[in-house]
Write a protein that binds this ligand. Structure first.
Ligand code: SIN
Length: 323
């Protein structure tokens, strides 16, 4: 196993997830407690990383289904502080698979890092007969120290996904992610990174105002997802849009419609959505299709964040409304 570059220049941040999960039985791959092990304990389970003098920090120990602003704030702050240090080549973050795509998106959107920020996870707990976490962690370390690597990526099952494209598409497979039409960025082969396309380097600097607002926010602006589907019920929107539905100090600020196909919306939902827009509630569309992006055309009435999934659109809108 060849890992490129000095591993000690990679900082490891722990947030929990199945990769740090503990089950009572070694044969139990699903009934475990996510985030049970510390990042230091996790390192100890990987023979080739044992004794590595890497800098390790525990940001959280959560099941990522419970991810939210307080952990994101701590994580963004820690990653930022690590990346400004000249001696740090990159950051590896252990995370649960369930919301890793949202955390990856958030980190890329607000930090736009020019060094590698590699999120890594596992589908089996650390206590499994054959856990996938140790190899994924080794692969993540290889990616974080690979020459030319920059930006936020997710590494799992030997494949490297860009933050903007990655989605969890399977609840059980050891390789549960897809990058859709964009495809994976590359794959790790025996500690070497084989690129399939360019890493997501951006020349646009991070928006320092957005960062400040994110780090000082008590909550993200309230943005909810509304699905458009056959037999859609407009009463759901009536309930969401009722003036008394939300506290005055944290009103509903935005809606993301999980739209059919190329951004179409059930006719029963349209009147309330138009009304919401005219009352200053931001309305955005994202397609419920797993792959592809909404192709722009004059009939699209609401905003579209090009190429983003429903959940990433929700975050992008909430971050914009933070301003
Ligand atoms: C989690 O997302 O924290 C639990 C599930 C997983 O990591 O696969």
């Amino acid at each position: 196993m060849e890992v490129q570059g000095p591993l000690s220049r990679v900082v490891l941040l722990g947030t929990g997830g199945t990769i740090a999960g503990h089950a009572e039985s070694v044969s139990d791959n699903v009934g475990y407690r996510a985030g049970a092990l510390t990042i230091a304990q996790l390192l100890g389970t990987v023979p080739t990383l044992k004794g590595l003098e890497a800098e390790v920090m525990e940001v959280a120990q959560v099941d990522s289904k419970d991810m939210g602003l307080p952990v994101w704030q701590r994580l963004v702050q820690q990653v930022r502080q690590c990346l400004v240090r000249d001696e740090v080549q990159g950051v590896v973050i252990t995370h649960g698979t369930d919301t890793i795509e949202e955390t990856a998106f958030l980190l890329q959107w607000v930090l736009r890092p020019r060094k590698p920020v590699v999120l890594v996870c596992a589908m089996r707990p650390a206590t499994a007969v054959s856990p996938d976490g140790p190899q994924n962690l080794l692969d993540a370390m290889a990616v974080a120290s690979a020459p030319g690597m920059a930006g936020v990526v997710v590494v799992c099952g030997g494949r490297v996904h860009g933050a903007m494209d990655v989605r969890k598409v399977h609840p059980y497979r050891l390789d549960p992610f897809s990058s859709g039409d964009a495809g994976v960025l590359g794959q790790v082969e025996e500690g070497r990174l084989r690129w399939f396309r360019q890493p997501p380097v951006t020349d646009t600097p991070a928006d320092s105002d957005l960062l400040t607002r994110l780090l000082s926010a008590d909550a993200l602006p309230r943005v909810h997802v509304v699905p458009s589907h056959a037999d859609a019920d407009p009463q759901l929107l009536d309930l969401l849009l009722a003036p008394q539905a939300w506290p005055k100090d944290r009103p509903l600020r935005g809606l993301v419609v999980e739209a059919t196909g190329n951004g179409t919306v059930h006719e029963r939902l349209l009147p309330a959505l138009r009304d919401a827009g005219s009352r200053g509630i931001a309305v955005a569309l994202a397609s419920r299709c797993a792959d592809g992006a909404i192709a722009s055309h004059p009939g699209i009435e609401f905003e579209v964040f090009d190429g983003l999934s429903v959940l990433k659109t929700r975050l992008a809108l909430a971050l914009r409304l933070l301003g």
